[in-house]
Design a protein around this ligand. Structure first.
Ligand code: WAQ
Ligand code: MG
Length: 284
C-alpha cells in the first residue's frame, strides 16, 4: 500500500505529517535505526529508534550530528545501521508515568535513588552496591559500558554475559500517531528534548517486562547530571542530580527478579519492537 504523503513534495502542515505518521505505523514497513560512535575502545555515543520511512532521513542526520559533536570526545568510528521491522510483529505499550524529584546535590540524589530502588523490591545492600558499581565504572576495566548491567535484585549477582558491551535495548519508539500529543505534554513541562524522550521510551520498554523490577540510570555525558529510577510500579522518576558535573562515568542497571530465564529476556530487550503511547494513568 502506498502513502500519498510519501511522494515527492512531502507534507505541508504538521497535521498532514501527523496523519502521514499514523498511516505509516498502521500499514507500512517500519525500520530499526541505530547509531554507535566510538574512539578506539571508548564508547562515545549510541542511539536507537523505530521509525517509518519518511522519518529516517531526518533521524539519521540528527544521529550523525550527535555523534560528530559529542561531549565525550571526537568519534573515530561511527556506525549507522538500518533494518526493516515487520509491522505485524510490533507490540504497543504505555509510557511510564513521569515525575521529577528535585535534589540539591548528587549525594542527596543517590540517597533518594537508593530509597526508590528499595521501595520497588531491590534488597537494600544490593541497591547500595549497585550505586557504588555504577559510580566507579561498571565495565570490567572500570570504564563505561555500551549497554546495561543486569543484576539479581536480591543477591546482587551480575548476570550479563559481556561486561564490556552489556545489554543494549533497541527497537522502541513513540507510536507516530501519538507523537504530537506526547511532545506537547513534554513542551508544557519544559522537558522537550531528544535525550529525555529517548530515556523515557527506553525505561518504558525495560519496565514492560515483568522480569525486571527496576532500573537505575545516569548519563555518561560529563555535562548531564540528571538521572532516574524507573519501574512499572512507580514510573519514570527523574532525579535532578545523580552525579557531579564533569564526571564521564555513567550507565544503566536493570534489576531482575531471581530465577529469571535470561536468554529470552535479553532477546526481547534487544529485538522485540514496541511503540509507546501515553501513560496508562492518562496523565495527559
Ligand atoms: N540500552 C542499554 N543501555 C544503554 C542504552 C541502551 N539502548 N543506551 C545507553 N545505555 C547505557 C550505556 O551504558 C551508557 O553509557 C549509559 O546508559 C548512559 O547513556 O529524564 O543520557 O545516553 O532528564 O548517556 C537520563 C535522564 C539520561 C534523562 C540518560 O544516558 C532525563 C542518558 P546516555
Ligand atoms: Mg551518553
Amino acid at each position: 500500500m502506498k502513502c500519498a504523503f510519501c511522494q515527492p513534495g512531502g507534507y505541508a502542515k504538521l497535521t498532514e505529517k501527523h496523519l502521514h505518521d499514523s498511516f505509516c505505523a498502521m500499514s507500512q514497513q517500519m525500520y530499526s535505526l541505530r547509531m554507535r560512535a566510538s574512539r578506539y575502545e571508548k564508547h562515545i555515543s549510541g542511539a536507537e529508534r523505530l521509525l517509518c520511512f519518511s522519518e529516517l532521513e531526518d533521524a539519521a542526520s540528527r544521529m550523525l550530528a550527535r555523534a560528530l559533536d559529542h561531549p565525550r570526545g571526537q568519534a573515530k568510528k561511527i556506525k549507522l545501521s538500518l533494518l526493516p521491522v515487520t509491522p505485524s510483529t510490533i507490540k504497543s505499550g504505555p509510557l511510564l508515568d513521569l515525575s521529577t524529584l528535585r535534589v540539591d546535590n548528587w549525594q542527596e540524589g543517590r540517597q533518594r535513588a537508593c530509597a526508590l530502588l528499595v521501595a520497588t523490591g531491590v534488597a537494600p545492600g544490593v541497591a547500595d552496591q549497585a550505586l557504588e558499581q555504577l559510580a566507579k565504572g561498571p565495565a570490567l576495566d572500570g570504564g563505561v559500558m555500551r549497554g546495561a548491567m543486569l543484576v539479581n535484585a536480591i543477591t546482587g549477582e551480575r548476570l550479563e554475559s559481556d561486561r564490556v558491551r552489556g545489554v543494549r535495548v533497541s527497537r522502541m519508539d513513540i507510536d507516530p500517531s501519538k507523537r504530537l500529543n506526547i511532545e506537547t505534554f513534554l513542551e508544557q513541562k519544559s522537558l522537550h528534548n531528544s535525550r529525555i524522550i529517548e530515556a523515557w521510551i527506553l525505561a518504558s520498554k525495560v519496565a514492560f517486562y515483568p522480569e525486571i523490577i527496576a532500573e537505575l540510570c545516569w548519563s555518561d555525558d560529563p555535562d548531564y547530571v540528571t538521572g532516574y529510577v524507573a519501574s512499572a510500579h512507580n514510573g519514570y522518576q527523574r532525579i535532578t542530580h545523580l552525579k557531579q558535573a564533569g564526571d564521564e562515568i555513567g550507565g544503566r542497571i536493570f534489576f531482575l527478579r531471581p530465577g529469571v530465564d535470561l536468554d529470552p529476556l535479553v532477546e526481547q530487550l534487544q529485538y522485540e519492537p514496541i511503540l509507546f503511547g501515553p501513560p496508562a494513568s492518562g496523565c495527559f
